[in-house]
Design a protein around this ligand. Structure first.
Ligand SMILES: [Zn+2]
Ligand SMILES: [Zn+2]
Length: 302
């Protein structure tokens, strides 16, 4: 079994020099697109530098305890006291929604998520349990410290529009990319072929503490530990690969660009069951089920 699809540094969309000097810096990867790594997870800041109050959006909200760091990054990029117009969620896992409630309260903003993701954000349901038998890396180490959820930001929660437009993100469309979670979405801008994928696939090996810290560029399936539907996850990666993106930002790992990234993404799509899907484990052959009310079935523990 091949376990990874490594990439060279040439595929990186961020600035290696900035990163060497200051691991906490925000990486600008397009005029109006930047991301910031907070411990193990990325948040995306979309809007032009100096955009001002309500003229930008935040995509995902990091681990619990990072609201201050996210607000400083926003102040630095968009100006003092500049609040976003909205927070958009790729999915509701604790490493993406951990600081969501604090931020949404401080900023008084709406939160947009897919219908099938809402039960995990409004307190109705919990995600299927993670599968520690497939290796959890940093996630397994950090998750006991945090509540398993569900979160409840229900009163601020809004649905992504059915026409696939994205509120406050002109030129972008949302794409349903289930598998890692039922209502997982990615964001796509045709104009410059930018793709924000959350955890539909990631660009570091989240199961390995070492790889996750080093952030070596690597095309990798969704984090194994937290993915309960591998057939859907594969179809989502295949759908994203057909877009032929120029730039990708994932929830974990560096932003990547160019033909080498595309080749790796197509390899991942083609060989997904071989390289991304665990050979054993609770969900490897049978998925968890969910509906608009949340988790409805979880396969027995192996
Ligand atoms: Zn996730
Ligand atoms: Zn994640």
């Amino acid at each position: 079994m091949r376990e990874q699809i490594p990439l060279t540094e040439a595929s990186r969309a961020d600035d290696a020099e900035i990163d060497r000097n200051n691991d906490d810096s925000t990486h600008e990867i397009a005029d109006d697109l930047a991301y910031k790594r907070l411990a193990i997870v990325n948040v995306v800041l979309l809007g032009h530098p100096g955009a001002g109050d309500r003229e930008w959006v935040l995509i995902d909200a990091g681990l619990p305890g990072f609201a201050g760091a996210i607000k400083s990054a926003a102040t630095e990029r968009f100006g003092k006291n500049s609040r976003p117009a909205a927070i958009l969620m790729t999915h509701g896992h604790f490493d993406h929604a951990g600081s969501l409630e604090n931020l949404a309260d401080d900023w008084d903003v709406p939160i947009y998520a897919h219908l099938l993701e809402q039960p995990y954000l409004d307190g109705r349901s919990a995600y299927p349990p993670p599968d520690p038998s497939v290796g959890g890396g940093l996630m397994a180490m950090t998750s006991p410290l945090f509540p398993a959820g569900p979160f409840d930001v229900g009163r601020r929660l809004r649905l992504l529009p059915e026409d696939h437009s994205v509120p406050h993100m002109n030129g972008w469309r949302w794409i349903h990319t289930p598998g890692h979670t039922p209502g997982h979405v990615s964001f796509w801008r045709e104009d410059d072929r930018s793709l924000i994928v959350g955890d539909a696939f990631v660009t570091t090996r989240q199961e390995s503490v070492y790889a996750a810290i080093l952030q070596k560029p690597e095309m990798h399936g969704p984090p194994m530990y937290y993915t309960p539907d591998w057939d859907s996850a594969r179809e989502s990666v295949r759908a994203l690969a057909t877009l032929e993106p120029e730039l990708v930002v994932s929830g974990h790992g560096r932003a990547l660009k160019g033909p080498e990234m595309r080749r790796a993404l197509h390899t991942l799509a083609r060989d997904f069951d071989e390289v991304a899907r665990p050979k054993h484990g609770r969900y490897s052959s049978e998925p968890a089920h969910a509906d608009a009310g949340g988790t409805t079935y979880v396969p027995p523990k192996k």
